[in-house]
Design a protein around this ligand. Structure first.
Ligand code: 9D3
Length: 234
């Protein structure tokens, strides 16, 4: 898979993509990731990427021309890919969305900044808009790091033998069970006896119960709308 990221701040992302699973996947040729500076696609002396909003109001808006020029020139080589605009107004990222994007041959990720991006970019350039959740970031770069991580680890052969190969709790909609390692007692806090019992059947049942109980108390929304009292209005 090829991933292009367009940003006014490539160094902010570079570090996040040079470690651990992503680094290994890049080194093995599983993903080909390229960072591009949006300012390289401007045509004025000051490399201007923003301007005042029509109609007035606070802040600046990112100009459309550098985005179109960037994406259109990246598309000259190879597969047009899917252009994903990272914005607070996008569809909320979740594991099914990540699984769908992970099957694409190419993603072109656009990181907004400032107060926003000219509407013509979302209407006529982006194939899809994605948000990573309901909190305010200063730009799309941290969201791009999150999306790239989530997509890369789903690529065939991206996970090594030490990472789990079976799909984890978010795909089966349950939280993880509690995990322990040595020592059996630390500062007076004991590892549950059942985990030291050697009874594998009992361990499996305990873990399953813990997963269900944890999900019920912490993330009832994962068990379906009926279980989620927080979604009740009256
Ligand atoms: C102060 C500007 N805000 C007025 C309502 C809107 C706004 C625009 C741009 C708020 C944040 C941003 C920058 N954020 C992103 O580009 C972003 C983001 C986010 O803030 N939260 C969750 N996911 C994402 S993806 C991109």
């Amino acid at each position: 898979m090829r991933i292009d990221v367009v940003t006014i701040f490539p160094p902010l992302l570079a570090g996040a993509l040079e470690h651990s699973i992503i680094k290994r996947a890049r080194d093995q040729g599983i993903v080909d990731i390229h960072l591009h500076d949006l300012r390289d696609y401007t045509d004025d002396r000051h490399r201007t990427v923003d301007d005042y909003p029509y109609g007035g109001g606070p802040g600046m808006v990112m100009k459309p021309e550098p985005w179109f020029r960037a994406v259109e020139s990246l598309r000259v080589q190879g597969n047009p890919g899917r252009a994903i605009l990272l914005t607070p107004q996008g569809k909320r990222m979740n594991q099914p969305l990540v699984q769908r994007l992970a099957t694409e041959d190419r993603l072109i990720i656009l990181c907004g900044r400032y107060e926003g991006v000219d509407e013509r970019v979302r209407e006529h350039l982006a194939d899809e808009e994605v948000s990573i959740g309901d909190y305010v970031l200063s730009g799309g770069e941290p969201a791009a790091a999150v999306l790239v991580d989530a997509v890369v680890r789903l690529q065939p052969r991206a996970l090594g033998s030490s990472e789990s190969t079976i799909e984890e709790s978010f795909s089966e909609n349950l939280l993880e069970y509690p995990q322990y390692t040595r020592p059996p007692e630390f500062r007076g806090w004991r590892v549950p006896d059942i985990l030291l019992s050697g009874d594998h059947g009992a361990v499996d049942r305990w873990r399953r119960d813990q997963q269900i109980e944890r999900t019920r108390t912490r993330r009832p929304d994962l068990l379906g709308p009926d279980q989620d009292v927080s979604e009740t209005t009256s």
